[in-house]
Structures are given as structure tokens and as C-alpha cells.
Ligand binder design. Structure first.
Ligand code: SF4
Length: 155
């Protein structure tokens, strides 16, 4: 793996500890995101809050992703400024979940975007989102940034 430039480390440090989350709620996992977001104290301890897409640096994809909605998900990601991270929240976002064999379901948001943290569960517990934010702040995304494939262009 290539070394990370010191300037990249410094520039990434600030946003990493001031996380602005935007939830792309596609199905029932979005309820768990809301439950997590309601625990304001826990969010504040992590320097996290929920904000509009244009200000967000963490895109949380929660719910069942279909091939029809894929283009919108890519468009949302492309509206975010760098540095930015993606949390795949729940089994559906990770791999299609219970609907993995449906003709219309995308088998994971990582087929479209570079995912930094996968949160398992159907549904995942709200606390698992907080754990995902801690992982982001521990620096895993730097490794992802170096290895991630480019975003698939919307067709
Ligand atoms: S992982 Fe389970 S709870 Fe989450 S969106 Fe899919 S079916 Fe619903």
C-alpha cells in the first residue's frame, strides 16, 4: 500500500472529527438511523450531526437498494465535497439482504460507491451506527481511499 502524504493526513483530520451525516434512507433500516440520530448526546460526543446533503461528509445508505434507484444514489454521492465517506448500514445495503435474489435489487451499495464501513444486521441496532462512526474516526477510510475503485458513472 502507498504511503499517505502528511498534508493529506492533516487535511483529513478536521473533517473526520466533524462528521456531518446524510441518510439515504431506502427502507426499514432508515428507522434505525433515525433512532441513532435521536441520541443527540452520543452524536455530540463523536462530533457528529445530521445535515443536508451538500454539507455532508458521511453518506449513510440504509435500506434496500434497487437498480432503479442506483442512479440517484450515485448522484447524491457526487454532490458531496471531498473528503467524504460511505457507511453501508444493514444487510440490504451490504449485499441485498433478504432480497438478494430479486431481479431488481442491487447486490450491495459497494457495486456503485466505495464503502468505508459495513454495518451488519437486519436491522442493525442503532448503536451500531455509532460504532461505525468511531471506525471512521480511527482512520480506516485512509486505507479505503487508496484502494477504492472510482465511482461508477451514472448511465
Ligand atoms: S436489512 Fe432488514 S431491516 Fe434493513 S432494510 Fe433490509 S429488510 Fe429492512
Amino acid at each position: 500500500m502507498d504511503a499517505v502524504a502528511p498534508t493529506e493526513l492533516v487535511l483529513d483530520w478536521g473533517p473526520r472529527f466533524r462528521l456531518t451525516l446524510f441518510d439515504l434512507g431506502l427502507a426499514c433500516c432508515a428507522v434505525e438511523f433515525v433512532a441513532a440520530a435521536l441520541s443527540e448526546q452520543a452524536f455530540q460526543k463523536l462530533g457528529a450531526h445530521v445535515g443536508p446533503l451538500q454539507e455532508a461528509n458521511v453518506l449513510v445508505v440504509s435500506g434496500t437498494l434497487t437498480d432503479v434507484t442506483a442512479r440517484s444514489v450515485i448522484a447524491a454521492y457526487q454532490q458531496m465535497a471531498e473528503p467524504k465517506w460511505v457507511v453501508s448500514f444493514g444487510a440490504c445495503a451490504n449485499c441485498g439482504g433478504p432480497y438478494w435474489d430479486s431481479y431488481s435489487v442491487t447486490k450491495g451499495v459497494d457495486q456503485l460507491l466505495p464503502v468505508d464501513v459495513y454495518v451488519p444486521g437486519c436491522p442493525p441496532r442503532p448503536e451500531a451506527l455509532l460504532q461505525a462512526l468511531v471506525l471512521l474516526q480511527q482512520g480506516e477510510p485512509l486505507q479505503r481511499d487508496l484502494q477504492a475503485p472510482p465511482v461508477r458513472p451514472a448511465s
